[in-house]
Write a protein that binds this ligand. Structure first.
Ligand code: HEM
Length: 242
């Protein structure tokens, strides 16, 4: 009698790749939209109300941001939950894996360790950030965000989150391309080398962009007079009030 093939491991692998791709693309867009603060306060405000539906519905609806953050949270939890099946379950397994990685001395295998470590950090820090975005979507804007970074002490958390998410996202996208055969080409070695350069370039660009944005939010948070101006944006688009 032919044995039935268990398709669950393959389906879990595919789900992990698809959720990873969604999160990777999301974070690429997120850090660019959020860097609108580098253009001007007004630009960041316009991006904020765009996500609240102002340009499509004529009114701001911060609940849209909650819904988006809720969706991303589900994808985030699913991705992390599925990834956990590959984590070593006890110290003995951890030592065996560490020994294997050092004997193997293979770049792409070592990158897995970076993924596991940054993923573990993000599980905690990312959840704090996502919960805030779900619970207080109306507290986003050039001044509200700067207030959170400086006076609500989210700055140090964002530095850690930025470092882990940027490396995790681009190493993840690189591994995804490797796994699903997007870098075969005529000469797979040359193509793998090119993808690795691209991965490093993206990590560097996004780390610089994210750090500059965080520096600008910190500057606004430290210099803005929150006592004379509305800390949070009002419901109607009126940049003078912010
Ligand atoms: C829909 C869900 C999300 C929304 C609405 C959102 C929104 C924001 C906003 C408005 C900021 C600016 C600071 C602030 O206001 O507190 C910020 C910063 C940041 N977010 Fe998110 N975020 C979301 C999901 C995520 C996820 C899933 C991650 C990564 C796991 C992430 C990583 C970061 C990082 C690293 C920063 C600091 C950015 C920098 O260095 O420039 N965010 N986010």
């Amino acid at each position: 009698m032919r044995q039935k093939i268990d398709k669950i491991p393959a389906r879990l692998d595919l789900t992990q790749s698809v959720t990873g791709l969604i999160l990777g693309l999301f974070i690429m867009g997120h850090l660019i939209f959020e860097a609108s603060i580098l253009v001007s306060n007004e630009m960041m405000y316009k991006v904020t109300v765009m996500f609240e539906g102002y340009y499509f519905l004529g009114q701001t609806h911060p609940a849209i941001v909650s819904l988006l953050a809720g969706f991303i949270s589900i994808v985030f939890i699913a991705h992390a939950g599925i990834a956990m099946r590959k984590f070593p379950a006890n110290y003995k397994q951890f030592k065996t894996m560490q020994k294997h990685i050092s004997i193997f001395n293979h770049d792409d295998t070592s990158l897995w360790m970076v993924q596991a470590f940054t993923g573990f950090i993000m599980f905690f820090i990312g959840s704090v950030h996502l919960y805030m975005m779900i619970a207080q979507p109306e507290h986003i804007g050039p001044f509200a965000s700067s207030n959170r970074v400086v006076h609500e002490f989210m700055g140090p958390l964002y530095v850690l989150l930025l470092l882990s998410v940027v490396s995790h996202a681009f190493i993840g996208l690189y591994r995804l391309a490797l796994k699903w055969g997007f870098m075969e080409g005529k000469d797979y070695r040359a193509s793998r080398k090119r993808f690795k350069i691209l991965m490093k370039a993206f990590i560097a660009i996004y780390l610089i962009l994210g750090s500059l944005s965080l520096a600008k939010y910190t500057y606004i948070g430290m210099t803005h007079d929150f006592s004379t101006c509305a800390k949070y944006k009002s419901k109607t688009i009126n940049l003078e009030q912010h």
